[in-house]
Design a protein around this ligand. Sequence first.
Ligand code: XIL
Length: 335
Amino acid sequence: MHCFGALFVSSSLALAATASPAKSTLKAAASPRYFAAAIGYGHLTNKTDHLFREIAVAEYGGLTPENEMKWEITEPEQGVFNFTQAEIIVSFAEAHDYVIRGHTLVWYSQLAPWVTEIPESEVLSAMQNHITTAMTHFKGRIYAWDVVNEGFNDDGTFRDNVFLENIGEDYFEIAYQTARKADPRAKLYYNDYNTEGVNNKSDSVLSLVKSLKSKGLIDGVGFQSHFIVGSVPNDLQANLQRFVDAGVEVAITELDIRANTPVNASVIAQHAKDFAFVVNACQAVKKCVGITTWGITDSYSWIPSTFPGQGYGLLWDDSYEKKPAYYTTLTALRT
Ligand code: XIL
């Protein structure tokens, strides 16, 4: 009797487990899309924080190095490359069969200071050398590269930076040509923020994308999606779709949804709804290939230091408790 009971219990558990074994984590529920996070190498190697790594492995199927592939880290002095930090991240990602997003090659921020100090005539070759060396180092290991990051102002004009100033508007096309040559199998992305809805900025990005696409130089557009609770653009899905209609894939690349802290119950509920809304928008677009949250836990989020008084952007709080948004995200991913 006892034995039969035990057998019955264990076989029904086994049945329950096989009924939808794959849907109990974010990455499994998201499949065939990927569900990824920005990860810093310091958190991976932190011996006193086992939970970070455990959650990363259990719940996520991809990553973007949060800072480790930025120019100031990978080429701090002209011609002196250092991929040590990036390799820690990429090796971890490979060991866990992750999708890896390379972030980023041409960006005005977190740029090594020397790039703004060299003679004007050297900026073009410095840009090309940077792209070629970084992409060749990681050739065949990176799913997609953010070749240019944040190249537009909110009004849709080109953002002023050392590349625009010294190379001119052609820097976009040259950057993508160089990237295509360096690793022809990597997907080449343009990545930006405040482009998630239809507006002047996303209109300009779309024009650039159409022009690059007609030359076979771009494969995808990343929508950073650093949102504020209650302010996710209603036309997110329609906007993603118009990029897909232009012939590229799209991805949510840096998702977090912040609020003034401390948060109250209604903010927590809206935060949970907003995450589900973003997931649903991506899932409704056939070529929205994945979602990356900009971190895992609030304890390491960039938000409080960048937007003082704000936080609560991610799916785990700073005590590694899953938030309501974790559950709404999981549910939305499953449907
Ligand atoms: C942020 C990182 O999260 C911080 O650790 C760093 O100090 C600054 O950059 N858009 C981007 C990301 O493309 O690279 C930025 O990441 C957040 C905004």
